[in-house]
Design a binder for this molecule. Structure first.
Ligand SMILES: Cc1cc2nc3c(=O)[nH]c(=O)nc-3n(C[C@H](O)[C@H](O)[C@H](O)COP(=O)(O)O)c2cc1C
Length: 252
């Protein structure tokens, strides 16, 4: 099918000019109330000046909130070495003083991007709590033994799924997955399902962690922790944190 220049212009107009106008009327007026001004997130009330411990406290709150179904769901952004970004959700599976771990297929888009450009940004939003956390830093693969250990704890169907799915590759239809699943089930009948070598854990080693709490007047609270040695130009405004961290407040 060929398009005349005019019909091409019409399509572009419809897609990029008319649509946003329609969308504006639906979206622009959507507003929710966040927290009131007597519930601020202030430096003097920080539950900890170590952001990992503070994360732990916020995560605990989110886990206890029945309206948050998956407190560990986080949006992971990666980029090619040329800086073309991509983002998707993953599930955080553990965290400690060294970093935040998720698992994925190393041949997927994110896996390939992490191979050529091993840095990432991870953002969590707990809507009912009006809280968000942003984590940024270099990424390393976790050890094979740690990945094996976690893989062993997964339900058998998920273990089989890891063998079936060549994540992010194009497949002809859903039936393809069904047939592959049947083959893998037969292959591992009466056996433990081993971790595929391309299925790995990745750990983000945080250089900075920001805590955001929404306020109804839109003067949101943002407190950002940085590794003290990386505070750079912000050194003079930094407050002393704990365990090698410093922190400062950002304008909303
Ligand atoms: C809530 C949620 C959790 C997810 N958790 C994971 C995960 O832990 N690991 C993973 O590889 N994909 C996970 N996915 C699927 C990814 O978002 C994505 O579709 C997949 O990893 C392929 O992404 P990629 O092509 O950018 O690599 C999750 C999706 C959602 C919506």
């Amino acid at each position: 099918m060929t398009f005349s220049t005019n019909s091409f212009k019409q399509i572009v107009r419809r897609l990029f000019i008319n649509l946003p106008r329609m969308a504006d009327s639906n979206f622009a007026q959507k507003r929710v109330a966040y927290r009131s001004n007597d519930d601020l997130f202030l430096e003097e009330n920080l539950e900890s000046k170590d952001p990992i411990k503070l994360f732990s406290s916020w995560f605990q709150n989110a886990s206890e909130c029945s309206d948050v179904r998956q407190p560990n769901a986080a949006c992971l952004a990666t980029a090619t070495k040329n800086g073309i970004p991509s983002a998707r959700f993953v599930l955080l599976k553990s965290y400690d003083e060294y970093g935040f771990t998720f698992y994925t297929n190393s041949c997927s888009r994110k896996g390939r991007e992490l191979e050529e450009n091993p840095v990432a940004a991870l953002t969590i939003y707990w809507d009912p709590l009006n809280r968000s956390v942003r984590i940024e830093g270099p990424v390393v693969k976790v050890s094979e033994s740690e990945s094996n250990e976690y893989f062993r704890t997964r339900p058998r169907s998920s273990q089989i799924g890891a063998h079936v799915s060549h994540q992010s590759s194009v497949i002809p239809n859903r039936d393809t997955l069904k047939k592959l699943t049947e083959n893998i089930i037969m292959e591992f009948e009466n056996k433990d399902v081993p971790r595929p070598s391309y299925w790995n854990g990745y750990k983000i080693l945080p250089h900075n962690i920001e805590f955001w709490q929404g306020q109804s007047d839109r003067l949101h609270d943002r407190i950002k922790f940085v590794r003290s040695e990386l505070a750079g130009e912000y050194q003079s405004v930094c407050k002393l944190g704990e365990n090698g961290w410093a922190f400062y407040r950002l304008s909303p």
